[in-house]
Design a protein around this ligand. Structure first.
Ligand code: ZN
Length: 163
């Protein structure tokens, strides 16, 4: 553990337990204790909590679709920012419930097939060869994708005719 700050309340702190403060004239980065800062701002958050919740409810009622969109976007952003933590939580959940992992992998596979993801196309190209994904040039992926899209189009037209 790299100790970057010693807090009077919370002792030795590493990077995960501090937030950046200002840089001194000598160019040293200063840090503040995250826990202490949270304590300091708590009364403000609690006072605002009620207000924020009411504002959310109002917005949700006015435009539920937009509200959901914004919420999803914010979720994705948080997910991207804290990828390691989310993955760790998920792995722990799935360890307790292996069925969940299977379902997630199935969802991922379906999505990959449906959207003709690079990975799915590369898998198609390297199947029954000794090639690795890295051996497949991107142009080939694009060509193969176009060809697969075309095949799907033809298939869907044929299916429509039969109906
Ligand atoms: Zn502290």
């Amino acid at each position: 553990m790299t100790v970057v700050k010693i807090c009077k309340m919370h002792g030795e702190l590493d990077f995960s337990k501090v937030i950046k403060a200002k840089v001194t004239v000598k160019g040293e980065q200063r840090y503040r204790c995250k826990l202490c800062m949270q304590e300091l701002h708590k009364p403000h958050y609690e006072k605002n909590r009620e207000k924020v919740l009411t504002a959310h409810a109002t917005y949700r009622n006015q435009d539920p679709k937009k509200y959901q969109e914004i919420k999803n976007a914010s979720k994705r952003k948080m997910y991207a920012l804290h990828l390691d933590k989310y993955r760790k939580d998920r792995d722990e959940r799935e360890k307790r419930n292996p069925e969940k992992k299977k379902l997630r992998q199935q969802r991922y596979k379906n999505k990959s097939v449906e959207s003709l993801s690079d990975a799915y196309i590369k898998q198609n190209l390297v199947r029954e060869t000794n090639l690795k994904f890295a051996d497949v040039p991107q142009e080939l992926v694009e060509t193969k994708r176009a060809s697969m899209q075309f095949k799907r189009l033809i298939k869907s037209k044929l299916n429509n005719k039969e109906e």
